[in-house]
Design a protein around this ligand. Structure first.
Ligand code: MIC
Ligand code: SF4
Length: 650
């Protein structure tokens, strides 16, 4: 049992209810929230539906960073809604062009020791500055803005002791890729990670943030670094020294699990297609031809990262066979590079400069050609996320990415034969918050702008007494929320559920056959209940609650999987879909798409906490059989599910 950890200290300062024992339900007070535009429109529509007049948090910021292509009116309609609703509810609004929510929040708003809840799975980036920063669905963030505590399970705490120092050309990204090799993306639900040890002192805040950012890929709730002299230096340079407090674990801290990483022994790594935990060394991949390199995303687009890249590119040209695109993390980063001349070195080398935002990371342009290797400094390489079917996307450090852009193939950056660029931590960042619009003291008179593509949050019906279900789809291991609700060209429909619901599970649709949406709607219109059958680690990846809302809209009532990831499970509950798991994992193999699944008296079972047995009637005519199902729901979860979702509970 963990004791005297930093995570426990922060939890102690914020706990509202519950028992401090791993796995037990607790609730914590949330100090700050963040939303981004792709999840934010729904979150604020939900906040409005709850009748909230003004947010109750210390600080809430609404960012625009995902939907910026403005291909058609939808994106700008979203921005106008977000800007006006922010003014009306007391939320700060970070305008398009100001940067990626996690990068900007770290620079301008993060405070050590505070809690941050964000409607984006990479909110844990804030752990780099010593925050307890957690990703959640939009509805949970709306509830936090309304002043309600956030519900989670008391974590198992994984301690990671860092010793030594990174060698030149080895990057913070390689530390988190090492963690992914050790822990994988599966089986870490309910854990939090705490970094400590001598090696921590050698890492700057942006480097720490790269590591906490990709904790999301481990599936842990959050990752936290201590707040030390490095943190103070960063906050001082951001003109926010007054926000600093020192924070660390007790000298006798104990962890539920201990991992040790000697930074001296690390080498450049890559997450190979198509999972962030498919790790190989760059040395082993040497010589692989590369067609595209992109540097950016909330993982690796800080001033430090792009200065290293600029130093590598200075006076050189990129390979003829590669395109190199660079998306800076924030206006602060971009403007500093522009003013100190580094941007000129980048442009001169042949890079294509994108605006400060998520861009290609969420499939907004820059899809690679077919059968081409793309090297990205991003955090996710789920199949098709680039916008190209069958993509070969590798996740690497900025150093490794830039080396490949120069060479045309994968090469350990140290072997390029160029000097390692020394980058000084700025003693003063460029501070200009003019792109963050402050809300008026009293926003009641503000008119909320609703263009025609701004819909309403759909509401579910209460859970029926029994499930008369049909298995509409059976999905493989690690089905991600990108598989459930694709982003890319469909991202602009986030505020329009009937439109977006047409592409649920698009990746699994087969040409010439009925789509998932059509099959689910048929089941629903026949008065039956849609069931999804999932495998291990179902719902990994993004926090998008659309992965619950759109299936719900199509009549899905139950998910049965081997294991369900934390944020997605919470989103299912919030929208009244029952998350169940197989008691015997081998039952997964016995069920086929189209089978009937009957769960008698499900309401009664959930209410009394008794076990659930379902009867499966195979569509092929084989004999019916029974399967046992488990669930891990709090009393509050059951109340929400019975009502058909949180919005039905007044
Ligand atoms: C992502 O990286 O997948 C996203 C887009 O940032 C999502 C949020 C979303 O789907 O809008 C996330 O990580 O939560
Ligand atoms: Fe944006 Fe990509 Fe970060 Fe998600 S992971 S917030 S899409 S940059």
């Amino acid at each position: 049992m963990a004791k005297n950890t930093l995570i426990q200290k922060i939890l102690d300062a914020h706990i509202v209810s519950g028992e401090k024992k791993a796995g037990e339900p607790i609730s914590i007070q949330i100090d700050q929230t963040l939303t981004q535009d792709a999840t934010g429109t729904m979150a604020y529509l939900e906040l409005e539906a709850m009748g909230v007049k003004k947010v109750a948090t210390e600080l809430s910021v609404s960012y625009v960073d995902h939907n910026m292509m403005q291909n058609g009116p939808e994106n700008r309609n979203d921005h106008l809604y977000l800007q006006s609703v922010a003014a009306s509810k007391g939320v700060r609004f970070s305008r398009p062009g100001n940067g990626i929510c996690h990068q900007v929040h770290l620079e301008r708003f993060g405070v050590p020791g505070k809690t941050l809840l964000g409607s984006d799975s990479h909110t844990p980036t804030g752990g780099g500055i010593g925050m307890m920063a957690i990703g959640a669905g939009g509805l949970d963030v709306a509830l936090a803005m309304a002043g309600q505590p956030f519900r989670l399970a008391f974590p198992k705490i994984i301690g990671v002791e860092l010793t030594g120092r990174l060698s030149n050309w080895v990057s913070a990204k390689d530390i988190i890729l090492k963690m992914l090799e050790i822990l994988s993306t599966k089986g870490n639900v309910g854990c939090m990670v705490e970094y400590f040890g001598e090696g921590v002192k050698t890492l700057t805040v942006p480097q720490r943030a790269t590591i906490t950012n990709m904790g999301a890929e481990l599936g842990v709730t959050c990752s936290v670094f201590p707040s030390d002299e490095m943190t103070k230096e960063f906050l001082d340079a951001q003109g926010r020294g007054a926000d600093w407090v020192g924070l660390s674990a007790g000298p006798d801290a104990e962890y539920d699990r201990l991992i040790k990483i000697d930074l001296n022994t690390l080498e450049p790594l890559a997450a190979c297609p198509s999972s962030p935990d498919n790790i190989k060394s760059i040395a082993a991949l040497k010589g692989t031809e590369v067609g595209q390199v992109i540097i950016g995303s909330c993982t690796n687009s800080s001033y430090r990262d792009l200065m290293i890249v600029a130093g590598m590119l200075k006076g050189r040209k990129i390979s003829e066979n590669v395109t190199l695109s660079i998306a800076p993390g924030s206006k602060q980063v971009l403007e500093m590079l522009a003013r100190n001349g580094a941007l000129a070195d980048i442009i001169s080398a042949g890079a294509r400069i994108l605006e400060a935002g998520c861009g290609p990371c969420i499939g907004q342009g820059q899809s690679p050609a077919n059968d081409t290797v793309t090297l990205r400094t991003f955090n996710r390489n789920f199949p098709g996320r680039t916008g190209t079917k069958g993509d070969q996307s590798y996740l690497v450090s900025p150093e490794t990415a830039c080396a490949a852009a120069l060479a045309g193939y994968i090469i350990p950056p140290a072997e390029l034969g160029i000097a390692y660029p020394e980058v000084e931590n700025p003693s003063q960042f460029l501070i200009d918050d003019s792109m963050v619009i402050l809300p008026p003291e009293n926003g009641e008179g503000v008119e909320i702008i609703r263009k025609p593509t701004i819909g309403k949050p759909p509401v579910n019906t209460p859970l029926p007494d029994s499930i008369d279900g049909v298995a509409v789809i059976k999905t493989p291991d690690k089905t991600s929320t990108d598989d459930i609700m694709p982003a890319g060209v469909h991202l602009k429909h986030r505020s329009n559920i009937p439109e977006y619901a047409k592409v649920v599970f698009e990746r699994f649709n087969e040409l010439g056959k009925e789509t998932f949406a059509q099959r689910a709607a048929k089941v629903r219109d026949a008065g039956k209940h849609g069931v999804i059958i999932g495998r291990d680690s179902y719902g990994q990846g993004s926090s998008r609650e659309h992965a619950a809302i759109c299936p719900m809209y199509l009549g899905i009532k139950v998910l049965i999987a081997m294991a369900i990831e934390r944020i997605h499970a919470a989103n299912l509950v919030n929208f009244g879909i029952v998350p169940l798991t197989f008691a015997d994992k081998s039952d997964y193999d016995k069920i086929a798409e189209g089978d009937s699944i009957h769960i008698p008296q499900i309401r009664e079972a959930l209410t009394s906490g008794s076990s659930i047995t379902a009867t499966v009637i195979p569509a092929g005519g084989a004999a019916p059989f029974e399967i046992k199902l488990n669930y891990h729901l709090t009393d509050e979860d059951v109340k929400i599910i019975l009502a058909g979702g949180r919005l039905n509970l007044k």
